[in-house]
Design a protein around this ligand. Structure first.
Ligand SMILES: Cc1cc2nc3c(=O)[nH]c(=O)nc-3n(C[C@H](O)[C@H](O)[C@H](O)COP(=O)(O)OP(=O)(O)OC[C@H]3O[C@@H](n4cnc5c(N)ncnc54)[C@H](O)[C@@H]3O)c2cc1C
Length: 170
């Protein structure tokens, strides 16, 4: 279990949204805990974007091979649903490391496995373990106004008239 007395940010869910949010916040120097109860990667990796595009690519290969009459790796006389699903699985396994715990931890995001449930506006439990976070945005540290983060990246604003002087939340 990662240990931080009070996390700057607790992200519930390691799908596309949670992965991007947690890595971005950690990149700005926030202490971030991501809680996932099932599989890191969420719908996009396991049932959505990745498998659907891999399946479409497999179908394209079959289609163009069939039309041109040339042999294809997938579209042969033995082309089958099982073969197509194997290529879907390969696509998932290729991308899964990008969304893994190791990849998150390498970007300073701590990961907890379990079901998150709010118990107050500053606490939640993950399978019975209490996790604390500040109520609202951290007031003691302006993460957005630092000239550069730990990796040397810095904010950039579009030079749009009126925007630089505007009061912004992020
Ligand atoms: C067939 C299909 C194809 C798609 N293709 C594309 C595409 O090509 N491009 C594209 O941009 N989008 C695509 N999408 C949409 C994309 O998959 C979703 O927009 C995306 O997965 C949403 O991500 P998310 O992080 O909001 O939610 P999810 O991916 O659903 O992740 C939520 C995560 O939160 C976890 N969670 C929920 N509650 C808790 C809790 N209390 N405690 C702990 N963990 C919790 C869940 O286990 C889950 O892992 C596709 C969707 C489908 C179905």
């Amino acid at each position: 279990m990662p240990d931080s007395a009070v996390w700057d940010l607790v992200v519930i869910g390691g799908g596309s949204a949670g992965l991007v949010a947690s890595k971005t916040a950690a990149g700005f120097g926030a202490s971030v805990l991501l809680v996932e109860r099932a599989r890191l990667g969420g719908d996009c990796l396991w049932t959505g974007c990745v498998p659907s595009k891999a399946l479409i690519a497999a179908a394209h290969e079959v289609h163009s091979a069939t039309r041109s009459g040339r042999p294809a790796t997938l579209a042969s006389s033995s082309a089958s649903f099982r073969t197509a699903m194997a290529s879907v699985d390969r696509a998932i396994q290729t991308i899964a490391p990008v969304d893994s715990r190791e990849a998150l931890e390498a970007e300073d995001v701590a990961v907890m496995t379990g079901d998150a449930r709010f118990t107050s506006d500053r606490t939640l439990t993950v399978d019975g373990t209490e996790v604390r976070f500040p109520a609202g945005a951290p007031r003691d540290r302006d993460l957005t106004n630092s000239p550069g983060d730990r990796r040397g990246r810095s904010r950039a604003f579009p030079h749009q008239r009126g925007l630089l002087g505007a009061d912004r939340a992020t």
